[in-house]
Design a protein around this ligand. Structure first.
Ligand SMILES: Cc1ncc(COP(=O)(O)O)c(C=O)c1O
Length: 441
């Protein structure tokens, strides 16, 4: 008897790439495709490669001894609660603390308006689950967050991108797109936007446009999903006022402790009008019964006993230094035909290559030269973005960032020479939404 039979597995599939269940999957599973660049990123995680690809927060900057003590105290002192099931809406005390955090962005809400989720990624999933039927339209900036595009694809939404520039969404593009879709009879379920320190573009919606975007959506009856994991990581001045602060009924706000504390706790939240909140709680219960009481209480204890505002300041200073290292190196080393955004917060810079260059085609050569980035096509659901790349500055130290840019500039210069000799680098066909994996989100 073969080993696979011992374990009750179908022999035809063991050790092979053939999927015996390929014709059994639900239609929505066809939208779930692993990125063809995943394998390259396995190479890119080697220590000799400078990764400007990853979106991982620099959790080493946390006082880890303190976090360890806090977690250990939680088990010994509050174990029976921390290790028990919790409520579908989330720990009530943590929800109050979340309201205090959101006040920094001008939001006045009560604990009862909040649903705690497994990172804001789960909030995105639940929102999509309760609003989207196959073929429904979601509006999103172009480019947009790859994890959201993956979720929308999984629920078979049709994503329509709205143009953005270095001041965020272009209101005229939003209004025209809504008009065109309404005229065509296509039901728009919501606008998904990351207005502040956007992933991947690093840009922020300016104040005047914030009101315009809210007005356009309100007039058209389009719900706004405001995803704001980086809002408190601005490098200059006070946090921007959230869209939700000016329209409690028309905006669902998604927040997260992943970037201001640590993603390992997987604590995020949704702030929603009550009818939507009720659906979110039911969807949450059907997905996971309840969030982990343990990590919710750990985050609550951290907020109650530790100087969390100071910790955010520490993160901001660290990321500002890295942003400066990246921008200064790009200014000094990149060929003049390459352009990029200049983020005032968050983790990411969005670079645009000269005509005729394709970032996905360049990536293998870049990895061979020991530098990695995320190609732009992963951030669009329609296959565009080939001339763009996302460069992140959150994880490598400043010297490594400078070295990474030096390597990347060399690769791009070579590509430009090749283009001038042989013509454009070919864009491979884009299949579905790239999902580079959590460490690259
Ligand atoms: C824009 C955006 N939204 C949501 C998430 C998900 O974050 P989490 O689930 O860790 O809260 C990320 C993670 O990188 C992100 O960049």
């Amino acid at each position: 008897m073969t080993a696979e039979r011992d374990h009750g597995q179908a022999p035809a599939t063991h050790g092979s790439r053939i999927d015996a269940y390929v014709d059994r999957y639900a239609a929505r599973a066809t939208g779930m495709v692993a990125s063809e660049i995943r394998a390259l990123f396995a190479v890119a995680s080697r220590p000799e490669v400078v990764s400007l690809a990853g979106g991982m927060p620099y959790v080493t900057a946390l006082p880890l001894d303190m976090v360890g003590e806090l977690v250990s105290d939680l088990v010994t002192k509050r174990g029976p609660v921390a290790l028990q099931y919790g409520s579908g809406q989330g720990d009530p005390h943590l929800r109050e603390q979340i309201c205090e955090v959101m006040r920094l962005e001008g939001i006045h809400a009560g604990a009862n308006d909040v649903v705690v989720t497994v990172g804001s990624q789960q909030a995105l999933d639940l929102i999509t689950r309760i609003f989207i039927d196959p073929g429904d339209v979601v509006l999103a900036e172009g480019p947009s967050y790859v994890g959201a595009l993956g979720t929308f694809a999984a629920y078979q939404a049709k994503v329509v991108h709205i143009a953005m520039d270095d001041q965020g969404i272009v209101p005229e593009s939003l209004a025209q797109t809504i008009y065109a879709l309404e005229t065509a009879g296509a039901p728009i379920k919501f606008l998904y936007t990351i207005p502040t320190f956007q992933n991947p573009a690093g840009v922020t919606l300016n104040i005047a446009r914030r009101q315009q975007v809210l007005d356009i959506c309100q007039r058209a009856g389009v719900l706004v999903i405001e995803d704001n994991p980086y809002g408190l990581l601005g490098f200059d001045g006070e946090p921007m006022r959230a869209l939700r602060a000016d329209n409690p009924d028309g905006v669902v706000y998604l927040g997260s402790f992943s970037k201001t504390l640590a993603p390992g706790f997987r604590v995020g939240w949704a702030l929603a009008p009550h009818a939507i909140r009720d659906k979110l709680v039911l969807a949450m219960e059907s997905a996971v019964l309840s969030h982990s009481s343990f990590t919710q209480l750990a985050v609550g204890q951290y907020l109650a006993t530790q100087p969390w505002r100071e910790q955010i300041k520490t993160f901001k200073e660290l990321y500002r230094e890295r942003r400066d290292a990246l921008i200064d190196a790009l200014d000094a080393l990149m060929p003049p035909e390459v352009t990029w955004t200049r983020p005032a917060g968050g983790f990411f810079v969005w670079a645009t290559l000269p005509e005729g260059l394709d970032s996905k085609a360049i990536l293998p050569r870049a990895v061979a030269e020991r530098v990695a980035f995320v190609p732009g096509t992963g951030f669009f659901s329609d296959g565009s973005g080939a001339r763009h790349m996302r460069l992140s500055f959150c994880f490598p130290e400043p010297d490594r960032i400078r070295e990474g840019v030096r390597r990347l500039a060399g690769v791009i210069e070579q590509e430009m020479q090749l283009r001038d000799t042989f013509g454009t680098s070919s864009a491979r066909e884009h299949a579905g939404v790239d999902t580079p994996g959590p460490d690259l989100a």
